[in-house]
Design a protein around this ligand. Structure first.
Ligand SMILES: *Cc1c(COP(=O)(O)O)cnc(C)c1O
Length: 353
């Protein structure tokens, strides 16, 4: 018997960190920023003229692109914007990975990549990270249909410098290389400047982590006019207005408030270093994070048990039951108060054992 169900798409989606509305919780499971967005962005929201909502947003979100172009010192034609960087990355996968060869990325990385490959029928091959969770650059010499790497990588929290990225680009002159810079502002080399030299390089970024605007859904990409043109064509074959008027205004206000941006980044980095040191003094192994989260483990304890224990104490962290990282937990850097509560509950867990 035929059924409409035969024609339904069967797919396993990406699962984000849990969102809980409970009061009194410490939510350090989704790499969100613990500080509010820039007061200038909040002001843009408060003074937003709602009468303008009957109009479609600014064409191609051009005014937001102009603000980003100025901030990054590139041309407006080198900037693309979308509804969060997940939207930008999904469009980039559809736009650039249309060949026969598999695209290349690390075995441990952003778990959305295999989901998009399945959704868009893109062949892919993963290359295992080393024992130290570092990317082996020589793997990416093999012919491929494209490369995507987060820098810093997630959930390892480890970043690479300019030499690494240049080598990657030299090995891959005939593929589009996407560098996903979701966490770049927390202290690693940005490849944006290299987009002037390599017209096959696309760098993606987001307002969700370093700019405290995950709820507004603003993402962007920087690359050659050629790549950006293809992204625009694919987007305009799908949905012309992916960034709404309010996001455009708040995004511009956020970009223009560099002082607040630097201040919150520095606070997150300082807390990250403190928490890393405290966990190490408790015998944890903590990777040298260049992001707003840490990946940690302890030889003496089961990390899934720690994750479950903390949940009962209303401290939400992230655990992945995936090969190689099942011995670790991922902890987002919250405020100092939140991290004190986290550390206190970690101590009570280890002392109860
Ligand atoms: C959070 C994240 C993104 C996407 O964030 P958006 O909220 O969609 O902008 C992309 N890549 C990585 C590696 C991330 O961690």
């Amino acid at each position: 018997m035929n059924s409409f169900r035969d024609n339904l798409r069967k797919i396993t989606p990406y699962v984000p960190g849990e969102q809980s509305k409970e009061k009194d919780i410490v939510k350090i499971n989704a790499n969100e920023n613990p500080y509010p967005p820039s007061p200038k962005a909040v002001e843009a929201l408060k003074s937003f003229n709602t009468d303008t909502l009957r109009f479609y947003p600014n064409a191609n979100a051009n005014i937001l692109k102009e603000a980003l172009a100025e901030y990054y010192g590139v041309g407006v034609k080198n900037v693309f914007v979308g509804n969060g960087s997940d939207d930008v990355l999904a469009l980039a996968f559809q736009s650039f990975f249309c060949g026969e060869l598999p695209i290349a990325y690390p075995d441990i990385t952003y778990s959305f990549y295999p989901v998009w490959c399945d959704l868009f029928n893109i062949p892919y091959k993963t290359y295992p990270l080393g024992e130290d969770f570092r990317i082996n650059i020589e793997d990416y010499k093999e012919p491929n249909g494209g490369v995507v790497i987060p820098n810093p990588n997630a959930p390892t929290s480890l970043g690479e410098g300019e030499d690494f990225i240049r080598k990657l680009l030299e090995y891959n002159r005939d593929s589009v290389v996407i560098i996903d810079e979701a966490y770049v502002d927390f202290g690693v080399y940005s490849s944006v400047k290299l987009t002037e030299e390599y017209d096959n390089l696309l760098v993606t970024g987001t307002f969700s982590k370093s700019r405290s605007l995950a709820g507004m859904r603003i993402g962007f990409a920087i690359g050659s006019a050629e790549l950006i043109g293809v992204l625009e064509a694919v987007k305009n074959s799908y949905n012309s207005y992916t960034v709404d008027s309010l996001s455009i205004d708040m995004g511009i206000a956020s970009i223009k408030d560099d002082e607040y941006f630097k201040e919150t980044i520095n606070k997150v980095i300082a807390t990250r270093e403190r928490v890393t040191n405290e966990l190490r003094s408790l015998g944890f192994e903590v990777l040298d994070s260049q992001t707003n989260f840490i990946l940690a483990t302890h030889e003496g304890y089961n990390m899934k048990e720690l994750f479950d224990y903390l949940k009962t104490k209303k401290v939400f962290i992230r655990y992945f039951s995936l090969p190689r990282i099942e011995k670790y937990v991922r902890v987002t850097i919250g405020t100092d108060d939140e991290m004190d509560r986290f550390l206190c509950e970690v101590k009570s867990f280890t002392e109860g054992k």
